[in-house]
Design a protein around this ligand. Structure first.
Ligand SMILES: NC(=O)c1ccc[n+]([C@@H]2O[C@H](COP(=O)([O-])OP(=O)(O)OC[C@H]3O[C@@H](n4cnc5c(N)ncnc54)[C@H](O)[C@@H]3O)[C@@H](O)[C@H]2O)c1
Length: 383
């Protein structure tokens, strides 16, 4: 694990998710840029782990180990500007990477990582957490089964309010780097959570966003980077979409959701109630599916594959949530990594978790949005 010391946020849910299935554990940590803090915190880990003063020291150690003693994969949970360097170093050594999103701070660096991952043929996942909800897989099944008809319109959103005040001036660690373009990348809100909304749209619908017209706002005075992000887009099937994100909408916590409208019906989901998917067909009552209702399929859903029905890890009525989504991501990546390490055929095709091409697509989307915003909202292609 690279990053995670000094009161970090997302390292903690990852740590829980890693240990979720009993088949993985954190073995080595480079927790902080300050070597003393890194080692102190490594020594306080709940069980013995190998602590390193830096990730460079960790990789130097790895380079000398026989293949079967190397790390199975590296988890990168550092701020955005500390993704590229450790990811590149891991790939050079042939070590698979699970990297936090967004993949890098700009498209050029993302392209370099993609090229290296392909050259070395090493598995690479990007932590788009919400794809790990069982319901995200279910929604993908509903759209691809044709129940909603052809997709006409998608509204995908991630609305927060925690940056409505200038927390970065109060020394809040997570706010400081997220509002600094050198550390976060060219788009603040868009890169941080707009990419989650965009990835949710791509995963659930299987469609790409081909062109964008974007507005990036800076509502909090003196902030050098967007805290509100609104994108109108054209989908690869000719449909249209809205991808919107905000960090200044007071009262909204992690209000991520999606609405898909097709020629036959629509579907709604919100991650704050992640087990609930509502399907609406013309002239029919709303149907809200929880796990039990999917399993007891009344025929309305058509054939729901057994692998999908078997996916939830706990009987219906006991809630799955954020940690389960993270655990599913690690579980699926573990399968890929085990096959890779055994020299077997492995897949990293984006159907179970975001891969490096998906991560790059996130940066291509942000790049197009920045260009569009600079050109007063003019349409820009997403490469
Ligand atoms: N997938 C999600 O749902 C999700 C949610 C939150 C954050 N994130 C992403 O996770 C990453 C971290 O976000 P966060 O909110 O946890 O940030 P954070 O500021 O809470 O934690 C960052 C950690 O990185 C460490 N770090 C920084 N430079 C380092 C270096 N050179 N070597 C070792 N450690 C170093 C810090 O000490 C800290 O432990 C970001 O890329 C963010 O976009 C993803």
């Amino acid at each position: 694990m690279i990053g995670g010391g000094g009161g970090a946020f997302i390292a903690n849910p990852h740590q829980k998710a890693i240990h979720f299935d009993g088949t993985r554990r954190v073995t080595s940590v480079a927790l902080h840029p300050n070597p003393e803090i890194a080692m102190n915190e490594a020594n306080q880990w709940p069980y013995p782990v190998k602590g390193y003063t830096s990730y460079d020291e960790m990789f130097a150690d790895q380079a000398n180990l026989p293949e079967d003693e190397k790390l199975d994969y590296v988890l990168i949970v550092t701020p955005n500007f500390v993704h590229f360097d450790p990811a590149m170093k891991a790939l050079e050594l042939g070590i698979p990477v699970l990297c936090e999103k967004p993949l890098t701070t700009n498209l050029e660096l993302a392209d370099q990582l993609v090229a290296k991952a392909k050259e070395k043929n090493v598995p690479f996942a990007v932590a788009h957490t919400y794809l790990g909800h069982w319901t995200s897989w279910f929604m993908r099944h509903v759209v691809t089964s044709g129940l909603l008809g052809e997709v006409r319109w998608v509204d995908s959103y991630y609305i927060q309010g925690w940056l409505a005040d200038k927390l970065e001036d109060a020394g809040q660690m997570q706010a400081e780097w997220r509002t600094d373009p050198k550390k976060a990348g060219g788009s603040g809100c868009g890169g941080d959570i707009g990419t989650h909304a965009m990835m949710q749209l791509r995963f659930v619908t299987g469609l790409e966003i081909d062109r964008v017209s974007a507005r990036l706002e800076k509502f909090v005075p003196g902030r050098p980077i967007d805290d509100h992000f609104t994108v109108y887009g054209e989908l690869s099937n000719g449909g249209k979409c809205l991808v919107r994100a905000s960090q200044v909408c007071i009262g909204h916590l992690n209000d991520l959701g999606i609405m898909v409208a097709g020629t036959k019906g629509a579907m709604k989901w919100r991650q704050e109630e992640p087990e609930k998917v509502t399907i609406l067909l013309q002239g029919q009552p709303d149907r809200t599916y929880w796990r039990g209702a999917v399993a007891a399929n009344d025929g309305f859903l058509g054939d729901v594959p057994d692998w999908l029905l078997g996916e939830p890890t706990i009987p219906a009525g006991h809630g799955e949530g954020f940690h389960d989504a993270f655990a599913r991501l690690h579980r699926e990546f573990e399968k890929t990594v085990r096959a890779y390490k055994a020299g077997e055929a492995w897949e990293c095709d984006g159907s179970r978790y975001a891969n490096i091409d998906d991560g790059r697509k996130g940066l291509a989307f942000i790049d197009a949005c920045l260009k569009s915003d600079e050109a007063d909202g003019a349409w820009q292609p997403v490469s």
